[in-house]
Design a protein around this ligand. Structure first.
Ligand code: NAD
Length: 471
């Protein structure tokens, strides 16, 4: 039986390993983490992350060929293939602060592997890492162990939160990068054999290590760039009376461009896009390519601009102040079907509104009050540089309440902001919401998911990103 261990039981490690265990009954998979609370949750009825379809897959394999453990060292020692899926956040201090990837967790995982490995190991980069990381990992592993052969593979993950299980079951592609030596290619074949249990061979792409590492950063940069491109266009639409939905439709009909990822919104969020683009910017700078760095930096800058523009629109339309006004915030997660709030645009928007002394009532079906309190307390909106969220604004929580549904959030509010495109917001009784609000009742759709005309007919004054404004 092939034994696989995955270091890091997070949004990637947990679902990815659950899918491997589910599809490969003859493989033993152990997911390890230094966080005992995360591991306890994976072993309980309340998994630490919400992801449609995840519960069923985990429950069907757990304690059969899928295990979750805090005994990191023992399971590393026992496995042939070790995935490393630890967090690689943006560095907050020192060289490259604010841009470079912080590889502290990766390095400590690599040192632990070197310490305990007694037999040859295939070490798989599952985390998103800077191009050439495998070279650094090789140095750490080979200088810290004796008589053990390590093969490093790059196997970046392309799942999207909210659709992770479908993405893992039917990925567009699986990428495996390895050294072009016989041993490197043997390792590539071993990992390919695992994925080949359920993924057609022509969708498993093998390539050199650096191409695989860079492909992940490139893919996220291209996706985020499309969002920033349509969001930049949304500002021009508002200024000219064009409708961004119509423009996106027309543009997307060109088969060379395609229609996906062209929804104008308050901006992208999540733990990856901004971090990976900033990382790319840093790598370009380190390689003497400042023009290329500037090109990609713009993608993040437009995203910051879009969030600030949204806040300004809310405040300006409410007669230039939201001080003391209740505003309902519907949705806090960075996208629907996840409880993840990392880098959600809702944080910047809420902090911007709190900065103008609004009273916020927030409702999200998957995000807890603790999460919201923590997110708003540990970030501070910087009006001059909205990208730079710095700790801490201890007063933020006092003006914030968590509502148990959208109607409660909107009761007595002057305005409603849609921050996440949860399906349930599309079918709310907006007449009832309008009836319970102060007048004039303002509606700000940061995701362009609610029918503007229907809202206007009810009596709302509506702002929808990139749409013609109310007269
Ligand atoms: P996460 O923070 O949810 O999980 C990382 C886990 O690693 C944590 O539970 C942490 O406790 C654990 N960890 C850290 N150091 C450890 C160590 N030395 N030993 C054992 N456990 C350790 O992060 P995530 O969202 O799963 O992302 C992981 C990586 O995958 C990142 O590089 C990210 O960029 C990349 N990625 C994320 C997504 C996504 O949608 N979240 C998608 C593709 C790729």
């Amino acid at each position: 039986m092939v034994k696989i261990c995955c270091i890091g039981a997070g949004y990637v490690g947990g679902p990815t390993m659950a899918m491997i265990a589910y599809k490969c009954p003859d493989v033993q998979v152990v997911v390890v983490d230094i966080s005992a609370s995360r591991i306890n949750a994976w072993n309980s009825d309340h998994l630490p992350i919400f992801e449609p379809g995840l519960d069923d897959v985990v429950k069907s394999c757990r304690n059969k060929n899928l295990f979750f453990s805090t005994d990191v060292e023992a399971h590393i020692a026992d496995s042939e293939i070790i995935f490393v899926s630890v967090n690689t956040p943006t560095k907050t201090r020192g060289l490259g602060a604010g841009k470079a990837a912080d590889l502290t967790y990766w390095e400590s995982a690599a040192r632990m592997i070197a310490d305990v490995a007694k037999t040859d190991k295939i070490v798989v980069e599952k985390s998103t890492v800077p191009v050439k990381t495998a070279e650094a990992i090789e140095k750490i592993l080979t200088h810290n162990s004796k008589g053990v052969n390590f093969q490093i593979l790059s196997n970046p993950e392309f799942l999207a939160e909210g659709t992770a299980m479908d993405d893992l079951a039917k990925p567009d592609r699986v990428l495996i990068g390895g050294r072009e030596t016989p041993q490197g290619q043997k390792a590539v074949a071993a990992l390919k054999a695992v994925y080949a249990k359920w993924i057609p061979e022509n969708q498993i792409i093998t390539m050199n290590l650096w191409s695989a590492e860079l492909s992940k950063l490139a893919a996220n940069a291209f996706l985020a760039q499309r969002i920033s491109s349509i969001n930049a266009m949304s500002a021009l639409c508002e200024a000219t009376g064009a409708d961004v939905t119509e423009v996106a439709y027309a543009v997307g009909k060109d088969t060379r461009i395609g229609s996906r990822f062209l929804n104008a919104s308050v901006g992208f969020g999540g733990s990856c896009f901004q971090k990976d683009i900033l990382n790319l910017v840093y790598i370009c700078e380190c390689n003497g390519l400042p023009e290329v760095a500037n090109y990609w930096r713009q993608v993040v800058q437009i995203n910051d601009y879009q969030k600030a523009r949204f806040v300004n629109r809310v405040v300006a339309s409410m007669f230039n102040t939201v001080s003391g006004k209740k505003i309902a915030v519907l949705g806090f997660a960075f996208k629907k079907d996840t409880g993840d709030t990392r880098e959600t645009p809702a944080i910047d928007v809420c902090l911007g509104l709190l900065g103008d002394k609004a009273q916020l009532s927030i409702y999200d079906p998957q995000v807890t009050e603790d999460q919201i309190g923590r997110d708003l307390a540990t970030n501070k909106f910087d009006w001059d540089h909205p990208a730079h969220l710095v700790p801490t604004d201890p007063t933020a929580k006092k003006s914030v309440t968590k509502a148990s549904n959208a109607y409660e959030a909107a009761k007595g509010a002057h305005g409603v902001c849609i921050m996440t495109e949860w399906d349930e917001f599309k079918t709310l009784d907006y007449q009832k919401i309008y009836d319970g609000m102060e007048k004039p009742a303002f509606f700000y759709d940061g995701r362009n998911v609610i029918n503007v005309e229907a809202l206007r007919k009810i009596g709302f004054i509506v702002y929808s990103v990139g749409k013609p404004l109310d007269p």
